[in-house]
Design a protein around this ligand. Structure first.
Ligand SMILES: *[C@@H]1O[C@H](CO)[C@@H](O)[C@H](O)[C@H]1NC(C)=O
Ligand SMILES: *[C@@H]1O[C@H](CO)[C@@H](O)[C@H](O)[C@H]1NC(C)=O
Ligand SMILES: *[C@@H]1O[C@H](CO)[C@@H](O)[C@H](O)[C@H]1NC(C)=O
Ligand SMILES: *[C@@H]1O[C@H](CO)[C@@H](O)[C@H](O)[C@H]1NC(C)=O
Ligand SMILES: *[C@@H]1O[C@H](CO)[C@@H](O)[C@H](O)[C@H]1NC(C)=O
Ligand SMILES: *[C@@H]1O[C@H](CO)[C@@H](O)[C@H](O)[C@H]1NC(C)=O
Ligand SMILES: *[C@@H]1O[C@H](CO)[C@@H](O)[C@H](O)[C@H]1NC(C)=O
Ligand SMILES: *[C@@H]1O[C@H](CO)[C@@H](O)[C@H](O)[C@H]1NC(C)=O
Ligand SMILES: CC(=O)N[C@H]1CO[C@H](CO)[C@@H](O)[C@@H]1O
Length: 835
């Protein structure tokens, strides 16, 4: 690989050669073709084929071997000439300025060195004089078009870089030439291979080929290409199942190639990318044909994609489908006419040329002419894109000169132009070159077409640069399989929906499928991990999406709510009705014995508890959470306190007032009953307040218990404060029960033991049921249980205490008389007095 050291070596070599070639031997170095002009552009084209074989030592090869002319270089050179003539004729581009050219045949590395040294020699001089300041160095030419291959281009670019002479290649595509530190003056009219690799990766992605093999050729082109391809493909999730590099020495069917083909067959990838120069690609496909490896899709790099080297091989038809990335097929308009006119013009006036490869300016040498005459008809099948690049390169130089000479102002000031000035100017053309000096251009995607009598290729799409895009018409591809389906190249088939991939080996393309757990889902963006759903979402097992959870709470409108609401409203009405009834019959003994005014307090407190039930319905808010249970607890405390104190009073009056009269008087005078109710209620109020302050119930969304639901509820449902306040009520219930039990032998119309026991039992049962349920079940129906518990407590309280009295008032007015009461008291006193 050429680096800075070779670059320095090149300079040393050039100085040595200067001495040897120009000074010491005094041999005039001259181009093969030339045209004088104000500004000279050098063209480095391979006009002869390179001698085959690996050279092991530096060696000067001569290019003028007879009968081995390269049509390729010839056409490129003609394209350059055409461009120069067009520019000379043009009145808008470089008016009144003529461009000249010098053509050098670069069939070998040494020929490149010769050519570069000749190019560097200032006009009219025979040797290179290096100035103190290289900025003032003015060589014979202002720019160099060419040379062809990566290694030739690297040699030329390294030697010319100290002088910043623009080198514009038409074929060298290797990525290493993008290194601006080493090749500052190198530009090219084809995109860098990096783009080619990117296009290939896009192609692989387009067909979903993620399990591929990679074959490269030894050398910069193949090795750098394979390396870059491996990097870029892996980044896009493509797995390289097999990678092989063919050595220079590879021959068709030798052991190395047999081994490689064997490995290739073993890994069972349908798609094989062959990133190789055409020579080694030929060796490779000869081996493929020998081994009868068929039924594959071969992806070709630009160098061999449309090379007749390969397509003319016997047996190549059967290897499968070939898709390739090719330099965009552009046509130099008028090149054919130009070449034909040139041949016609010179046929008649063919002058003898001296032996050797150089002729006087702008003349054809014999060999060239012979070649031209014989080979002209083949122009039709000639790959035009390199010729186009060479043609465009001349125009790039001309546009640069045009700007530099101030031609846009009308008249060109044809003065001295230093190469570095021109380089700067050309680099400013940011529509043609990127900042690494590579052409901003795309590729054609081609496929081999055997439908005709002979091989041809079909353009099926193209890639564009910035933005990077690949357009392919898939219907244009004729796949090698009978059904014409796109072949698959994967290690494992895709998992079914909702199944994630679990990698089983080294390659992430080989996996087993595992179902996603409930609550997770598989997004297309990551096929290897199941992602958890959001808080408000849920997913069943093996899901691809999450579904929104259903928000549940006890709504106003559902049958259960209606029943509960109706029951509660009925209770409220009953409470109101009872209050009215009691007020109407306020002076009757039943009402008086029931507690008189105290009854209204009891009914009111039950009503408060009943009202708080409405807070259980609808979406919980802060206020409804606060008002759900505390008012009920407080109301029920008042009710129980009244109940207790009344039972206590009855027992006290009947049994103890006579025994401890002083205490009885003190009790009555100090409104003992009222005091007790107030104190007891204050205690509960305190408990409730601290409950609401310390364990504030807040509206919340509960996600834990049901994967598919969000339950709206109040927090701290069973907090210590709540339990304290209910324990307090329990305590009151027990004392109420105890007092009523003590009075179980009182006269019947004062004896409430049965009814109170009933209501308190109902109270206990309903709350024990509630707490048991709440401890095992935390769901959407808990509020209903809660409402039922509250409702049954209230109903129990109401029915146990008030219903019997209402019954007496309404149905048994005979029992609701002072006489009846006095009779029963007397009866009681008699019984107890007599014992
Ligand atoms: C001519 O060049 C080709 C390669 O382009 C080479 O294979 C062949 O051996 C050469 N012939 C001679 C006589 O050098
Ligand atoms: C340039 O002009 C000459 C005559 O002035 C003409 O013969 C020639 O074909 C022109 N060349 C091109 C490429 O237009
Ligand atoms: C060479 O000349 C240029 C232009 O005059 C100047 O900017 C540069 O500093 C000189 N370089 C050296 C090494 O003298
Ligand atoms: C070109 O040169 C001719 C004469 O040499 C002159 O008449 C003409 O104005 C020049 N044109 C430009 C654009 O310089
Ligand atoms: C090209 O360069 C010009 C200035 O030299 C700049 O205004 C323009 O945006 C550039 N275009 C691109 C595509 O970079
Ligand atoms: C693709 O190619 C087919 C046949 O070659 C043609 O009929 C079709 O119009 C093309 N589609 C597009 C989008 O160019
Ligand atoms: C397999 O999955 C990948 C990634 O989602 C997709 O690009 C490809 O088209 C799928 N292949 C098949 C055959 O479904
Ligand atoms: C799923 O992946 C897509 C991109 O493929 C992304 O836009 C989307 O936000 C992802 N969805 C989730 C829920 O992560
Ligand atoms: C305007 C101009 O100088 N045109 C010349 C360009 O070069 C060709 C030869 O290649 C001449 O024929 C033109 O006269």
């Amino acid at each position: 690989m050429l680096t800075l050291s070779t670059h320095l070596l090149g300079l040393q070599l050039s100085l040595a050669c200067c001495c040897w070639a120009l000074a010491c031997q005094e041999v005039e170095s001259s181009p093969d073709f030339s045209l004088p002009g104000d500004y000279i552009i050098a063209g480095l084209f391979p006009l002869h084929g390179e001698s085959p074989g690996v050279r092991r030592k530096p060696e000067v090869t001569l290019c003028d071997r007879p009968n081995n002319f390269s049509g390729h270089g010839y056409h490129l050179f003609q394209a350059m000439r055409l461009a120069i003539e067009q520019i000379n004729n043009s009145t808008s581009l470089l008016p009144n300025v003529t461009l000249g050219y010098e053509l050098y045949d670069v069939c070998s590395e040494s020929a490149v060195v010769y050519a570069v040294l000749s190019v560097l020699t200032p006009r009219g001089m025979r040797h290179i004089e290096i100035h103190q300041n290289l900025s003032y160095f003015s060589p014979k030419v202002v720019a160099v078009i060419g040379p062809d291959t990566t290694s030739h281009a690297a040699t030329a670019a390294a030697m010319l870089s100290p002088f910043l002479v623009p080198v514009i290649s038409y074929e060298a595509s290797s990525m290493m030439l993008s290194a601006k530190r080493q090749y500052p003056s190198f530009l090219r009219m084809i995109p860098s291979d990096k783009n080619q690799v990117k296009t290939m990766v896009l192609l692989l992605q387009r067909f979903g080929w993620v399990w591929i093999s990679l074959v490269g050729s030894n050398g910069d082109y193949g090795q750098l290409g394979v390396q870059e391809l491996e990097e870029q493909a892996s980044r896009k999730g493509i797995c390289i199942a097999f990678k092989g590099i063919m050595p220079y020495s590879a021959r068709a069917g030798d052991e190395k190639m047999r081994g490689m083909i064997h490995d290739l067959a073993q890994v069972r990838t349908t798609v094989v990318v062959v990133y190789a120069g055409r020579q080694l690609a030929k060796v490779f496909f000869e081996s493929v044909v020998l081994a009868k490896l068929t039924d594959k899709v071969w992806v070709a790099s630009a160098d061999w994609a449309i090379s007749s080297h390969i397509t003319e091989m016997p047996g190549i038809r059967d290897i499968g489908t070939v898709l390739g990335v090719a330099i965009q097929q552009r046509v130099v308009l008028g090149l054919k006419d130009f070449e034909e006119a040139y041949v016609r013009a010179d046929k008649g006036v063919l002058r003898s040329c001296p032996q050797g490869s150089w002729c006087s300016s702008n003349q054809l040498c014999r060999k060239c002419w012979t070649f031209t005459r014989d080979k002209m008809p083949t122009l039709g099948t000639f790959s035009m894109s390199s010729a186009y690049s060479s043609y465009r390169a001349v125009y790039a130089v001309a546009y640069g000169l045009h700007q530099l000479l101030g031609c846009p102002s009308g008249a060109c000031s044809a003065g001295l132009v230093y190469p570095w000035q021109l380089l700067q100017q050309i680099q400013k053309d940011n529509l043609t070159f990127n900042n690494h000096g590579n052409l901003l251009g795309g590729y054609d995607i081609i496929t081999w077409d055997w439908s005709g009598p002979e091989w041809s290729f079909r353009v099926i799409g193209s890639s564009t640069w910035s933005p990077v895009r690949l357009d392919i018409n898939k219907t244009k591809i004729q796949w090698h399989r009978k059904n014409n389906q796109v072949p698959k190249s994967v290690c494992n088939k895709n998992c079914s929906k909702g199944y994630r991939r679990m990698v089983t080996g080294v390659h992430h393309c080989c996996f087993t499928c595992v179902s996603c757990e409930a609550g997770t889902f598989l997004n297309e963006s990551d096929l290897y991990h199941c992602q958890p759903c959001g808080k408000e979402e849920w997913a069943p097992q093996g899901s691809q999406t999450c579904f929104p959870r259903t928000v549940v709470f006890l709504t106003w409108h559902n049958p259960i709510s209606w029943v509960l609401l109706a029951a509660n409203t009925l209770l409220l009405l009953l409470l109101g009705g009872t209050a009215g009834l009691f007020a109407w019959h306020f002076d009757t003994p039943v009402v008086k014995s029931a507690g008189g005014r105290l009854c209204f307090l009891m009914l009111g407190s039950l009503a408060v508890g009943s009202c708080s039930l409405y807070c259980f319905f609808g979406e919980p808010t802060l206020s409804t959470c606060l008002l759900r249970l505390a008012p009920f607890a407080l109301g029920f405390t008042i009710f129980l306190s009244c109940l207790t104190i009344r039972s206590f009073q009855l027992v006290f009056i009947f049994k103890f007032s006579a025994k401890v009269p002083t205490f009885y008087h003190a009790w009555v005078q100090n409104h003992g009953a009222g005091l007790f109710v107030v104190l007891s209620s204050m205690a509960q109020l305190l408990i409730c307040l601290s409950w609401l302050v310390v364990w504030t119930p807040l509206p919340t969304r509960e996600y834990e218990h049901f994967p598919q639901l969000v339950v709206l509820e109040c927090t701290q449902a069973n907090s210590l404060g709540f339990i304290l306040s209910f324990a307090y009520n329990g305590l009151l219930s027990v004392s109420a029960f105890a007092c009523s039990y003590l009075g179980k032998d009182l006269p019947e119309n004062y004896n409430e033991a049965k009814c109170v026991t009933f209501s308190l039992l109902l109270n206990f049962v309903s709350w024990i049921t509630f707490f048991t349920t709440a401890s095992v079940y935390q769901g959407r129906y808990l509020p209903i249980v809660n409402v039922l518990a509250v409702l049954s407590s209230l109903c129990g309280g109401f029915s146990g205490y008030f219903l019997p009295k209402c019954y007496v008032i309404l149905r048994r007015p005979d029992l609701n008389s002072t006489e009846h009461f006095q009779a029963s008291i007397q009866d009681y006193t008699r019984r107890w007095g007599s014992t």
